[in-house]
Design a protein around this ligand. Structure first.
Ligand code: 5AD
Ligand code: SF4
Ligand code: FES
Length: 348
């Protein structure tokens, strides 16, 4: 197994068979070795920097019905909210004062906002804060819509592929299709965005073979960012009684992704921080190099409940910033408040 990890570390590549072999045969020592090699890779490309993104969850309305997600349209227990244009801009202002230079505008697939609304939000942020990057995360849209947002100034887009196993994808997403998801990701790349894909770990019936498909999908797509986190059940969804994804598996996959895509921007996600008090720190030590503290107004925080027990929901933006800063330092890393563009994208 060590030889496989060395190969992965040196060539940033493994065949599907080798990936499966690795995933099936990890004992504690091998895992430690894998994590140390991932850390080496991260230090080589990014040093000990951790990039900070200010996350603004601006609407929890969603027309989709993903079986795992607390915001699914069938969940009538959610108190829905939308931030107004002014609230969004005020939240960015506060984030700017705290030092953030990337804003992630994330929401459910909410048809209340048309393309012109999104464009005015993007334009306003870009004119008010010309040194900041705008990342959108609004789900599936047409090529034309993505292009318009890009032309308005948005430079990054997050759209997790959720799982690259087509059968599993289609079973979890009523009325959606994996092929359309993939098409969206390729459209975003073609337009010129820095693109973030990603998947959940520990979904019901997900196997190592499925993770191999995820890894191969990432190798093919070559995204600039990859968001992965454990699946965590939400009490008011059809998957309420399922078991959550594990810390170990998520960390293992982060480490492998760091070596497969050595320059990728890889967040230590909130979901990882939710299943273990030191989950994000462990992620950082296994190759993750981004954190996305929540800037949304505290009154709406707990309403953006994708899963149960989400961390940071009670904290003010400034408190969350301080908390995460300390955690990053304690773990032996340095916060980097710059825009933190993908190295690969800067070289284009
Ligand atoms: N557990 C973990 N992650 C989830 N997401 C949605 N619901 C859950 C859940 N129950 C993730 C999806 C989505 C991202 C915003 O949150 O991957 O893309
Ligand atoms: Fe909507 Fe995203 Fe939740 Fe699916 S995962 S129901 S698209 S918010
Ligand atoms: Fe958000 Fe600690 S990181 S409160």
């Amino acid at each position: 197994m060590k030889a496989l990890i060395d190969k992965l570390h040196q060539y940033n590549n493994l065949s599907g068979g080798e990936m499966l072999d690795l995933l099936e045969n990890l004992d504690e020592d091998i895992r430690k070795y894998l994590i140390s090699k991932a850390h080496e890779t991260r230090v080589k490309h990014y040093g000990k920097k951790v990039f900070m993104r200010g996350l603004i969850e601006f609407t929890n309305y969603c027309r989709r019905n993903c079986k795992y997600c607390g915001l699914r349209v069938s969940n009538k227990k959610v108190q829905r909210y939308r931030l107004s244009f002014e609230q969004i801009i005020a939240t960015c202002e506060q984030g700017y004062r705290l030092g953030y230079r990337t804003f992630v505008i994330q929401g459910g697939e909410d048809e209340f906002y048309n393309d012109d609304n999104i464009i005015s939000i993007v334009k306003k942020i870009k004119t008010k804060f010309p040194t900041c990057a705008v990342t959108l995360s609004l789900g599936e849209k047409s090529y034309e819509s993505y292009k318009k947002y890009y032309d308005a100034g948005a430079e990054r887009y997050l759209l997790r592929h959720e799982t690259a196993s087509e059968e599993l994808y289609d079973s979890l997403h009523p009325g959606m299709s994996f092929r359309e998801r993939v098409q969206c990701l390729y459209n975003l790349k073609e337009i010129g965005y820095q693109v973030g894909a990603g998947f959940m770990v520990g979904l019901p019936n997900q196997t190592n073979r499925d993770y191999v498909q995820d890894l191969q999908f990432l190798q093919e797509l070559q995204p600039h960012m990859v968001g992965i986190g454990p699946f965590i059940p939400h009490k008011d969804t059809p998957l309420a009684k399922e078991t959550r994804g594990t810390l170990d598996k998520t960390i293992t996959l982060l480490a492998i992704i760091r070596m497969l895509l050595p320059e990728v921007l890889l967040p230590a996600t909130t979901a990882l921080g939710t299943i273990d008090p030191f989950g994000r720190e462990m992620g950082l030590k296994a190759g993750a190099n981004v954190v996305m503290p929540n800037l949304s107004p505290v009154e709406v925080r707990d309403k953006y409940a994708l899963y149960d027990d989400k961390v940071c929901t009670g904290e003010e933006a400034a408190e969350c910033r301080e908390c995460i800063d300390n955690r990053i330092m304690q773990a032996g890393f340095e916060t980097d408040m710059s825009r933190g563009d993908s190295i690969q994208w800067e070289r284009r």
